[in-house]
Every structure is written in C-alpha cells, then in structure tokens.
Design a protein around this ligand. Structure first.
Ligand code: URP
Ligand code: ZN
Ligand code: ZN
Length: 466
C-alpha cells in the first residue's frame, strides 16, 4: 500500500529538515515540503498516512554485525530469524548483516545455503551476510568466488577462538590476496588466539575460574596485536579491512596508526562496549556470565574513546554483535570454568535506543553522527548505498519514525529475543521507534511488531573495494 509520512523531521547522516515523504512500489518516490494527498495517484482508501509531527524520520538502521544461527562453544545461539527480526524491527533495524560461521569441515557453499535457508520464510527484516573464512585450502577457493557472485562481497575472519574458528596465517594471507583481487572487504575479529589460549590456561591452572577472569585472559594488548597483525597483512596484500567489535583505546590506536600508514581500515564499535564496562562481567553469583563476550568489556574510560571516535567519525559504525545465549543452561555451561561460557551479549533490539539515550541525549553524539554510524556508513562500506542507509528518491522505503519524547526502560518483558535475560534490565530508555517500515510496508506501529514474517529479502550486493 502506498505510504505518506507527513510533517516529520528528516534526519540523515548530513541533513536535517522537515518534509513529507511519499513511498510507492517499495521505494521513496517523493520528498517535498508538503505533499497534498489529493495530488497522489493512489486513492485515499489505498493510502496509509503516518503523522510524524514532533518526531524524527531516520533512514532504516542497519546492524552490520549479527549472529542468529550460530553453532558456537558447544551450543547454538537461541534466536531464529523470526525472533531476531521482531527484535531488530522494534528496535529500528530494518536490515541486518549476519555472520555465516561454518564449522571446520563444512564446505563454504554448503554453509552459505544453510544460513540462507534459515532466513527464508522467517525473516521480516531485510538481510545479507558476511562469509566467514575458517579454512582457505586451494580446493575450496572457487567456492568463495561463487559466494561473492551470489551477492556476498564481504568476508569475515577470526584471529581468535583457537581450534574452532581461527584461521592460519598461511590461509589468512592467501584469502586476503583473493579479497583484494575480487574487491571484497575483510571484516575481522582481532584477538591473538594463541595469546588468549595461553593466558586462559595459566589462569585456570591458578584456580582462577570465575567470570571475573574472562577480561584478564584477553587484555587490550591482545586485541591491539590482532589489529596490528590484520593491518600488516592488509598493507602487504592491499586488501580493505574492517575491525569488528573494536573495544578499547589500544585497538583503536593500532587501526588509526595503520590508516595513517595508508592501510584501508575501517573500525566498528558495538553497543555493549559503548555502555557496559568490565565490572558487569565481575558480578557475583555467576551473574557476570551474562556479560561475557569477546573482546571483553573494558575499563570504563575506553567508552569515551569509542564515543569520541564516533563523534569524529574515525570509528565508522555501531553494530551489536548480537549473540544470544541464555543464562539458564547455556551461560551456565561455564560455572566451573569461565572459558566454557558461550560468548555473547544480545543487543539487537536495544542498539539504536542505547545510542540515542546514552550518546545523543548525553551530548556525546549529534543526531547526524548517530545516523551515520548506525546505518549510512554500513550501507556505504558494504555496498548497499544509497539503496539503504539514505532518505532519497529511489532509495528503499526503509524508514524509522522515531519518538524522542518516549520515556521507558529496557526490559526482558518487552524484548523479542528468545534469550532469557536483558543485559540492560531496568536501564532508562529515552526515545523509541514508533513506526518502522521495510520497503514501504509498516512493520512496527506504536512500538509493536505488526509486520509480516517471511517478507524480509536477501539483499544481493556488489563488491565495492577494488
Ligand atoms: O562474544 C562474542 N563476540 N560472541 C560472538 C562471536 C564473535 O566473536 O563475534
Ligand atoms: Zn567476534
Ligand atoms: Zn560477532
């Protein structure tokens, strides 16, 4: 149904103005100071009108780092595309990029098909993937070419997780050469797997098994070394790289120093590192397990570095690294040893409101910088701009009518993720997505999911990093 959004304050990465938006055939077709419904081709009965007076209108938000189907650390993340879509959309995210994380013996193309099949029929949000490269033997290299041809021109590597997802240097170098040749960007989890493993074993041997030891087993220098390593290979191969969930000053500095040397490196922060610090993972009675993720939560002052990096746009994006493992039965697998706690903090529903509440409303970030970091940069970096991440004639009609005056609290009760806790329980929430559209169809109204499960579409992308 055609859609007219009236009187909204339109805020993009670099604009701020009041206008009406008319959407037809899934795209934005007019943006004008005033659009008289009588002048539209659709009959009034066939037109959906949204009054956005007093509200912001943002481009639909993109989460560039999500896990939904994730076999990991002896278990599976608990969400499926239906629950994750509902969480994403009620939080204002209209497109997500999920990590395809195959096991060591899975074929890349088989993994791609498996992950795609998990989304089909259940996604209400638009989606695409980063393809993790966990092995890069000669015989499977063509499969990665085929995956790029299928519209997935971004790879993911883990320098961490020894024996599970980590990639040897021999394979990393060869993969980055191919990435350069294909114009594919390489996203990377930057922590030195060997160093983490050695530190973990030493701590366990000393009887240090609690959640408070997760952070010390992966100190900032381990992440900084990973960023340096990735950037050295990027320098040598010419590949473009993107450091995911960059958590601390030391890692940000390494990336910026490499950029200064001419390396094409972009930096992602994730919402948990912006607002949670290491004391959460130190909570007594195993409560800290809810806050075990990697890289770990850091000392609080690192949050200023991340916010300042976003403000200056040295840091490009804010994702979530949504990785939902329930406390009961899953996080509890690590009661005897922190190394067995499935890593991850679910945040897909909370991301935009956290950035608005604790970034914009505290004066750390402008609304334009928020939009840039939460959607436009991801669209540009990952080959979706201006189809996504923009409010322009011709762009997909993915829009978030945002109520900045809403007052509430984050809670398990209102979250759609299947996980059994909310990491931000009771925290103040200032603002919320009131209406959310995906390609012109209203999927959220008055903050509630009203959309169509299965309507989400795979977004095929072209390589843009040649
Ligand atoms: O703790 C995390 N980040 N869990 C998900 C897997 C990953 O490293 O992204
Ligand atoms: Zn990671
Ligand atoms: Zn991740």
């Amino acid at each position: 149904m055609p859609l007219l959004i009236q009187n909204g304050r339109i805020i993009t990465a670099d604009d701020d103005f009041t206008a009406d938006i008319y959407c037809q055939d899934e795209t934005i077709s007019r943006i004008e100071p005033t659009i008289d419904p009588q002048t539209l081709p659709s009959s009034p009965a066939d037109l959906e009108i949204v009054d956005a007076s007093g509200k912001y209108v943002f481009p639909g938000f993109i989460d560039p780092h999500v896990h939904i189907y994730l076999p990991f650390m002896g278990t599976y993340a608990v969400d499926d595309y239906e629950s994750a879509s509902k969480a994403a959309l009620t939080g204002g995210t209209t497109t997500l990029i999920e990590m395809i994380c195959p096991g060591p013996t899975d074929g890349p193309l088989d993994a791609f098909e498996t992950w795609r099949s998990k989304a089909q029929g259940l996604a209400a949000v638009d989606y695409t993937f980063h393809m993790a490269v966990v092995r890069f033997e000669e015989r499977i290299r063509d499969e990665f070419r085929r995956i790029v041809e299928h519209g997935v021109p971004s790879f993911k590597v883990f320098l961490a997780y020894k024996g599970a997802l980590d990639l040897s240097d021999e394979h990393l170098f060869a993969m980055m050469k191919m990435a350069k040749e294909l114009g594919v960007i390489v996203t990377a989890h930057c922590e030195n797997a060997e160093a983490v493993d050695a530190l973990q074993q030493a701590l366990l041997a000393e009887g240090k098994t609690g959640t408070e030891w997760h952070g010390p087993s992966r100190p900032p220098v381990v992440e900084a070394e990973g960023v340096h390593h990735l950037c050295t290979f990027a320098h040598l191969t010419g590949a473009h790289v993107y450091t995911v969930h960059t958590s601390c000053d030391a890692a940000v500095r390494e990336a910026l120093a490499a950029r200064h040397r001419g390396v094409n490196v972009w930096i992602e922060a994730v919402a948990p590192h912006l607002v949670l610090d290491e004391t959460y993972a130190e909570r007594a009675d195993f409560e800290g397990a809810k806050y075990v993720m990697s890289p770990p939560l850091r000392t609080k002052w690192n949050q200023d570095v991340l916010w300042n990096g976003l403000r200056s746009r040295a840091i490009s994006t804010v994702g979530t690294d949504h990785a939902p493992f329930s406390f009961r039965g899953q996080k509890e697998m690590g009661r005897e040893a922190f190394t067995k706690i499935p890593n991850g903090i679910p945040t897909i529903q909370e991301r935009v409101d956290l950035v608005h509440t604790y970034g914009v409303r505290t004066g750390r970030l402008s609304l334009n910088a928020m939009v840039d970091a939460c959607t436009t940069q991801a669209a540009r970096l990952f080959g979706m701009y201006p189809r996504k991440g923009a409010i322009r004639v011709g762009s997909d009609a993915d829009l978030v009518v945002y109520d900045p005056d809403y007052r509430g609290a984050f809670s398990y009760e209102t979250s759609h993720s299947k996980v059994d806790y909310n990491a931000y329980e009771g925290w103040e929430r200032l603002g919320r997505p009131s209406v959310v559209t995906v390609r012109g169809q209203v999927q959220v109204r008055d903050g509630e999911f009203v959309g169509t499960v299965g309507r989400g579409r795979f977004i095929a992308r072209d390589p843009t990093h040649g």
